[in-house]
Write a protein that binds this ligand. Structure first.
Ligand SMILES: Cc1cc2nc3c(=O)[nH]c(=O)nc-3n(C[C@H](O)[C@H](O)[C@H](O)COP(=O)(O)OP(=O)(O)OC[C@H]3O[C@@H](n4cnc5c(N)ncnc54)[C@H](O)[C@@H]3O)c2cc1C
Ligand SMILES: *[C@@H]1O[C@H](CO)[C@@H](O)[C@H](O)[C@H]1NC(C)=O
Ligand SMILES: *[C@@H]1O[C@H](CO)[C@@H](O)[C@H](O)[C@H]1NC(C)=O
Ligand SMILES: *[C@@H]1O[C@H](CO)[C@@H](O)[C@H](O)[C@H]1NC(C)=O
Ligand SMILES: *[C@@H]1O[C@H](CO)[C@@H](O)[C@H](O)[C@H]1NC(C)=O
Ligand SMILES: *[C@@H]1O[C@H](CO)[C@@H](O)[C@H](O)[C@H]1NC(C)=O
Length: 603
């Protein structure tokens, strides 16, 4: 506790410094594929430097095709050898172990899309553009803008690639029209798929899918198991502007407004800070391109941060954990959220002039407002600054639970969370250091692995210890919320986020849609060369399981606890029933206040 009182003013100083610092430089992230010799004997990781199960992925080699023909050759060579493969992207921003090839460890091939990053063609009359799949979202948005075109929706983070964001069903926020998932705007795709028999001398072939091909419903969201996406054609729109105002209000009864807010606000989203009992509504409308405004979204969380600040904030967070000081996290979160709100979350009114944020509304071109990520964009500075989660620093390290809950159930879900919050107001302060409960809207989809209903997608991000056997402060509360979202309300996980248990029961949740997907997968890759134990597990195939049981497994979301040993009994964390959702099984510290509240518990 005493240490934290010292840390708090320090963190305040740092967060103010972070705002004033005119950083134009940042170290680009480290490579995700590292080889011992040339392009062979490599390890593959993700942008965080760690998968949910902390396993290492080793492969025999990496290939860097720079044309579709070279891609065809790479897939063909591996296919002829029956070698397992996966596409890997330049930064690999998904959390789950999606990019690691199946088959024996150390023998697979990863095919990097880093050099497949060009614009292929523009059809201005129809507002369509074709890109190579490895292009980053930022490069895509800029290329489209240069032709006067805009992508109607995209993730908020510009560091993802076109092939990668599609493969996990990534989205922005909207239930207008076809909704916010980028895959709804795909009108054509070219894939390179393996072939067990030679076709024109290759053990691989190119599949070209048009708008009305049924297989496009599998290829648009494919977890990378069909083959390598070579090119994608997107339906764009003429450039337009967005007008954004963030509105902060109390959270009383806000859960009743979520559906109507989504239905009336084309690009709206909602951030709920449960411990501070406030909600930030983003009133966000499409306006004509002629509207005055040169605003840009340079979201603070995606700006380059001084390494010193990154590590100090982590140190403060870890101190609160180590000292069991839930309230210390609340102090930090009030500080941080206050700063974020005052700084307009990083919106800039005038294209990055001296005074960044001068007030709402912020109006700017779609390409400048929809996605951010300036921490990726500048020159190497020797790690003086970086993205907050850069694995070379001992900075941010977190779990993410991202589940979409149908609109029909969203208010009940929030009401349940409020009950847990009211029972222990400081328990959720930790989430507020990472944008609280962040809600965005997505529509049901014809894509086989897309959403089955219109839904609010909730991002919850929270502290992860560097030590897998170290329990988190009050972790039972978030575990109950996670299980509630997934099982009581039958939520669907984001394919590119979540801990292992997020993917339990996908066969039941997707039903016939999943079977249709698997049908296409077996046709495209009959030998399963692009499948892995992980992709089999999430799709419920071949008896593979997403759960990894063992000591402490529930602490990392690798299992739902059924015995105390899945928690950390030697540190006082035992497997207990949920308090609001009694079917939940969570790791709860027995000495904490909740033991005294008279609720019955089952071990
Ligand atoms: C800071 C941050 C913010 C984010 N914000 C959002 C958001 O606002 N909305 C949202 O929905 N998601 C968001 N995400 C999640 C992100 O959009 C997904 O994880 C996305 O899949 C990452 O894309 P990637 O290009 O890094 O692909 P990777 O993570 O590298 O790959 C994902 C999968 O796609 C496969 N794949 C990639 N390229 C190809 C290809 N060409 N052919 C075949 N398979 C391929 C890979 O093999 C792998 O299985 C965010 C992630 C981060 C780190
Ligand atoms: C790969 O590297 C490891 C560790 O240095 C070594 O033991 C192994 O022999 C190498 N394998 C190949 C195929 O080079
Ligand atoms: C494509 O990648 C190369 C590096 O491999 C990079 O120099 C170039 O700027 C990228 N192009 C685009 C459009 O992103
Ligand atoms: C916004 O887009 C329009 C149309 O493409 C373009 O003419 C204008 O320069 C852009 N504005 C800014 C600030 O980039
Ligand atoms: C979710 O909503 C549906 C439709 O209103 C309802 O039938 C179901 O009971 C709700 N589920 C829960 C857990 O409240
Ligand atoms: C989505 O839901 C709406 C309303 O329930 C329905 O009319 C539509 O057919 C659904 N679309 C898809 C793609 O399932």
């Amino acid at each position: 506790m005493r240490t934290l009182t010292i840390m708090t003013p320090l963190a305040l100083l740092f967060s103010i410094l972070a705002l004033l610092l005119p950083t134009s430089q940042a170290s680009p992230p480290p490579p995700v594929v590292v080889c011992r010799s040339g392009n062979s004997n490599c390890t593959v990781t993700n942008a965080y430097g760690a998968f949910p199960d902390r396993s290492t992925c080793t492969v025999a080699a990496v290939a860097y095709p720079s044309t579709e023909q070279e891609l065809l050759l790479a897939v063909s060579d591996a296919s002829a050898k029956k070698q397992h493969m996966k596409a890997v992207t330049v930064y690999a921003h998904s959390m789950p172990k999606l990019s690691c090839p199946g088959g024996p460890s150390g023998q697979g091939l990863v095919i990097s899309t880093a050099r497949l990053n060009r614009t292929v063609s523009v059809d201005t009359a129809r507002a369509r553009m074709t890109f190579e799949a490895g292009i980053t979202l930022r490069a895509l948005l800029d290329a489209a803008a240069a032709s006067g075109l805009a992508l109607p929706h995209s993730p908020y983070w510009e560091g993802v690639t076109l092939g990668g964001l599609l493969s996990t069903g990534s989205h922005g926020s909207s239930v207008f029209g076809k909704g916010s998932a980028v895959h709804e705007y795909v009108v054509g795709m070219r894939l390179v798929v393996p072939s067990p028999a030679a076709v024109d001398g290759y053990y691989a072939k190119i599949v070209s899918l048009g708008e009305s091909d049924d297989d496009l419903l599998a290829a648009k969201v494919s977890l990378g198991v069909l083959g390598v996406i070579s090119q994608v054609t997107l339906q764009l729109e003429p450039m337009f502007k967005r007008s954004v105002t963030n509105r902060v209000v109390t959270d009383v009864a806000f859960e009743q407004t979520i559906s109507s807010f989504a239905a009336t606000t084309q690009y709206g989203d909602i951030v709920w800070y449960p411990s501070q009992s406030i909600v930030v509504y983003r009133d966000d409308a499409k306006v004509p391109v002629t509207t005055v405004g040169r605003g840009i979204n340079d979201y603070l969380g995606f700006r380059p941060q001084l390494s010193l600040i990154i590590t100090s904030i982590r140190a403060a967070e870890k101190l609160a954990e180590d000292f069991g000081d839930a309230n210390g996290k609340c102090v930090l979160s009030r500080l941080q959220v206050g700063t974020l709100i005052a700084a307009g979350f990083g919106f800039k009114n005038n294209d990055g002039g001296f005074l960044d944020f001068t007030g709402y509304p912020v109006i700017g071109n779609q390409s400048d407002m929809q996605s951010a990520g300036s921490c990726l964009r500048s020159a190497e500075d020797g790690l003086l600054t970086a993205c907050g989660w850069d694995p070379r620093l001992r900075g941010l390290f977190y779990h993410q639970t991202t589940v979409s809950i149908p609109f029909a159930n969203i208010s009940s879900f929030i009401a349940d969370v409020k009950q847990l919050r009211d029972a222990n107001p400081s328990a959720l302060c930790g989430t507020e250091l990472y944008l609280g409960f962040f809600m965005r809207f997505v529509r049901n989809s014809t894509a086989f692995l897309g959403k089955t209903e219109d839904a609010a997608d909730i991002d919850i991000t929270y502290y992860r210890s560097r030590d897998p056997l170290q329990p988190r402060l009050l972790e039972d509360v978030l575990e109950e919320i996670e299980q509630m979202a997934l099982f009581k309300y039958n939520g669907l996980p984001h394919w590119g986020k979540n801990r292992n248990i997020g993917f339990l029961g996908m066969r039941d949740k997707l039903g016939a849609k999943l079977d249709k997907f698997v049908g296409v997968m077996r046709r495209y890759d009959s030998e399963g060369l692009f499948s892995s134990d992980w992709s089999d597990a999430v799709l419920g195939l071949n008896g593979k399981e997403v759960v990894v049981e063992g000591k402490g497994c529930a602490l990392e979301g690798l299992c739902i606890c059924s015995v105390d040993d899945h928690c950390a009994p030697e540190q006082g964390y035992y497997c207990r029933a949920g308090r609001v959702y009694q079917e939940a099984r969570v790791c709860r510290k027995s000495s904490s206040v909740e033991e005294a509240d008279g609720m019955t518990e089952s071990a």
